[in-house]
Design a protein around this ligand. Sequence first.
Ligand code: BES
Ligand code: ZN
Ligand code: ZN
Length: 463
Amino acid sequence: MILVKQEATNKENSSCIYLIDKKSKSKDFDPQFSHSIAGIIAGTKKFDYLRLSNSFVFFVFDDQKPEELRVIGSRIHDMICADCEVISISGKSKNSCFLAEGIALTNYQFLKYLSKPKKHTLTEIILSDEVEKEKIDELNDTIKAVFWARDAVNTPVSDLNALQLAEAVVKLGEEANFQVQVLEKTQIESLKMGGLLAVNKGSIDPPTFTIAEYKHKKALNKKPIVLVGKGVVYDTGGLSLKPTPGSMDCMKCDMAGAAAVAGALYLAALQKLKLHIIVLIPATDNRPGGNAYTPGDVITMYNGSSVEVLNTDAEGRMILADALSYSMKYDPEIVIDAATLTGSALRAIGTEASIIMGNAKNHYFEELEKAGNEVHERVVRFPFWDDYAKHMESKIADLKNIGGPNAGMISAGKFLEHFLKAPYIHMDVAGPTWLDSREDYKGQGGTGSGVRLLYQFLKNHSS
Ligand code: BES
Ligand code: ZN
Ligand code: ZN
């Protein structure tokens, strides 16, 4: 794991970054570089560099947006990752942190299945004494939480079934000091969570229902914030089987919502936010095996509603519905779910953002949008008119589990809304949580998207 710190170590291969204020004079720099500074300041580039015998000196203009700095950090990482162990950044507090964040998140690698891994050499980012210690701690915790979520998403179902996902959350709780209770199949049966049990019927692995609770002694919210994450550890589509290429092959990512809410809780607890937060993760794989649930089945859900199954690939809403109904026992201030729920969300806005919708008061949406812009995990609000609920009407049950051909991401949200009576925001994260090919510091494969967004939302909400 890369570490951001302040005191320098004398490791051999090190490079450095100067964050240049336009007002800087060349005399502010090491005399050996000062001759190049004037030229760089006069130029229009966003960053420039000198290549020395076995290291680099980078010059980055300070007057750039946070996201531009993260992306520059990522490009700098690409240039140094083959042989540099340490990079130091001199410059103003906030902006050097954005650069460090971009560099550190780019340093992520998923190597556990490679027999001859080519490891990045970078192990440390050194920031100047001007940067507050708390900021550095927050950055290190953020990196840890995002890497945890990426690892969880990248790990195939052969090594991360529902039980293993639950155990991974238990470990987070032990480290960051929050309570985790894992309900096993017999308990899920006693609770009559029909949606979760139906999806699990084709699997030989049992389902789990994980309940994690973090409560600061001086929590500012009287009622808890409940975060629910879709934990489908693999989605074959079930009997409504998905085609393989470009569709089923990346479906180990179908627990990215669970990874996002667990990662955000982990980070919130490490940072000791003054909040009361509960995370619920219903988890199972979705397979067409043995006694798999079938199109045509009518399922009695945890809250007693009946659902006609018309497509077993619409399984996320089946397991989330039970978790959302279960959340009512906490009398929550707000319930937010994160779920890789629909292909239509991905098609509508691509990997660039998550879609949000719901019935919570406007200020919650504004807070989420603000947090999303701050960390560049953006969200786009979609309509949530009651007209869309009609898409989910069944002739023989209270609801059916698929809507019409259009606006599938919204009708899915309306289906979920049926199962709770509390202010609610549904977040479809199918787009940004997985990347088929690499995009700067977000990497390739699991991005950990949602962790920084939800943490920033929680942090802003607690101050
Ligand atoms: N897990 C998928 C959605 C998904 C698609 C996530 C692409 C990430 C990338 C979900 O369970 C699903 O299959 N949804 C169906 C619903 C449909 C059958 C109503 C879909 O979107 O096609
Ligand atoms: Zn599915
Ligand atoms: Zn799914």
